[in-house]
Design a protein around this ligand. Structure first.
Ligand SMILES: *[C@@H]1O[C@H](CO)[C@@H](O)[C@H](O)[C@H]1NC(C)=O
Length: 467
């Protein structure tokens, strides 16, 4: 009986604690779900009416090109994709595999009001699917990172993962930074006020910006504003932010009204014009979503499942950036703008070249001596996790090698906060061929490259010969 009441007590306590960074991240990306990358599902894409071509800007290879080509069917066809690419069955398999974290790539267009429908074309309806998926993940205790993966204006040239293949990169401009900040305000609000978002512990500002920092003017200011938008939302909710408090308490429980009050009475000391303007512009969008998706807590935030002003209450979200060493040419260091919990992300793929010679020994000796965690930590970029990696290689890899390759990468990335594999799955089809062997976590698990318990290795001494 005593044990029972202790358990009941723990359970009720757990309901009010928002997710925080796992002690060690064992994760997968939910890639090609809400940002579709057609190379990962060639047969489905073709069946939908999409195309493949060498220069992805020249055919229907992305969401943008598809929505432009098929304005009348795009929403229904994408809804079908969203419903089938990531399902309850996938959630169950990930939970059974001991996965504790997912990183969810998202486009700016999931906040539909941000899309200029005269010049920009994307499917509608993704947010309901995100809510559905997050609630399924929450039910099995898997935590989530909301990853801003396709930025307004496109953050890097000719990549399917931005949602639009183009050489015209316009993200690094005032207008598009502003739209990304509004997106951030909306996602931070939903993360705290919509119970479906209860497993979200982090929001990542920008997936894979251009590496040459000379081509990303203003990105440092954007990083600063990103952190401050998230924290402003949290201060309004009464969640303690280091060094920041409201001089005048907020009396309304209508969250969008509370933003206005804070902007007009409290925020001048802490938050610059751009942050306040992004908050202001998020108000009508939040009101629209509250009505459309039935999120009453936006109008009465005391309804939110967690008590906002009490302890144990909601925790700060973790603000998340690609690490400083992602870029070169004197990049801004996101560590310099941290305010409360912040985490850093690096992506490491050997298969695209430039990391190690294309042979087994070179790969293993490179990964077994990886210094990235230490280098980042010396610049304040800690905790660091590896938010994308795979078993892909530039050479034809044997099964024996892939066992070592999986072990050695997991070992290296676990020196930091952990790892998030790209991807949770790929399509199984004739067109996809062997794709899943080196790109699908669930297939790698079946094949025995990856271990059933993600914290373990097939051979913990895999790196000994290379050190
Ligand atoms: C909440 O406040 C906004 C002003 O920001 C107002 O437009 C809206 O009608 C209010 N909603 C409710 C349900 O009180």
């Amino acid at each position: 009986m005593k044990a029972f009441s202790a358990l009941a007590c723990i359970l009720s306590f757990m309901q009010v604690v928002t997710a925080s960074i796992p002690d060690k991240i064992y994760g997968v990306n939910l890639g090609s779900w809400l940002v579709l990358e057609s190379w990962m599902l060639p047969a489905e894409w073709q069946a939908m009416g999409g195309q493949q071509c060498d220069d992805c800007s020249q055919c229907i290879a992305t969401e943008f090109a598809y929505a432009q080509a098929f304005p009348n069917t795009v929403d229904a066809n994408f809804d079908q994709h969203w419903s089938t690419w990531f399902t309850q069955d996938d959630v169950n398999q990930l939970a059974a595999a001991g996965i504790n974290t997912v990183r969810i790539p998202l486009g700016y267009w999931i906040v539909e009001a941000l899309v200029d429908r005269q010049t920009e074309f994307y499917p509608r309806g993704g947010l309901s699917q995100l809510k559905r998926g997050l609630s399924q993940l929450k039910a099995v205790g898997i935590q989530a990172i909301l990853d801003h993966h396709g930025l307004p204006g496109v953050q890097t040239a000719n990549q399917q993962f931005t949602g639009r293949c183009t050489s015209d990169v316009e993200f690094y401009t005032e207008t598009n930074y502003h739209r990304a900040l509004i997106w951030t305000a909306v996602m931070a609000t939903l993360s705290h006020l919509d119970s479906d978002f209860g497993s979200v512990f982090a929001i990542e500002a920008v997936n894979e910006p251009i590496m040459n920092a000379q081509q990303t003017p203003g990105y440092g200011d954007f990083q600063n504003n990103f952190v401050r938008v998230v924290r402003a939302i949290e201060i309004i909710m009464g969640i303690p932010v280091p060094g920041n408090a409201l001089s005048t308490p907020i009396t309304t429980s209508n969250f969008t009204a509370a933003i206005t009050t804070a902007i007009n009475t409290n925020f001048n000391d802490y938050f610059n014009d751009e942050v306040r303007s992004a908050l202001q512009d998020s108000i009508p969008i939040l009101e629209g979503l509250a009505n459309q998706l039935n999120i009453p807590a936006i109008f009465d935030f005391h309804l939110s499942s967690a008590p906002l002003n009490s302890s144990p209450g909601k925790q700060l979200l973790t603000t998340n950036f690609m690490d400083v060493n992602w870029q070169y040419n004197n990049p801004a260091n996101p560590a310099s703008v941290a305010l409360g919990s912040q985490g850093y992300d690096n992506h490491l793929y050997y298969s695209f070249g430039g990391v190690a010679d294309a042979n087994e020994d070179a790969y293993l000796s490179s990964i077994c001596n990886l210094q990235r965690v230490q280098q980042d930590a010396s610049q304040g970029d800690s905790p660091l996790w590896f938010g994308e990696w795979a078993l892909s290689t530039q050479f034809s890899a044997s099964d024996d090698f892939l066992v070592k390759w999986a072990d050695a990468q997991k070992l290296a990335y676990s020196q930091g906060q952990g790892w998030i594999f790209w991807n949770f799955k790929t399509e199984t089809s004739t067109q996809a061929g062997d794709l899943g062997r080196q790109w699908s976590y669930l297939e790698g698990l079946q094949r025995g490259y990856l271990t059933q318990n993600p914290s373990q290795l097939n051979n913990p001494s895999v790196c000994d010969p290379y050190r």
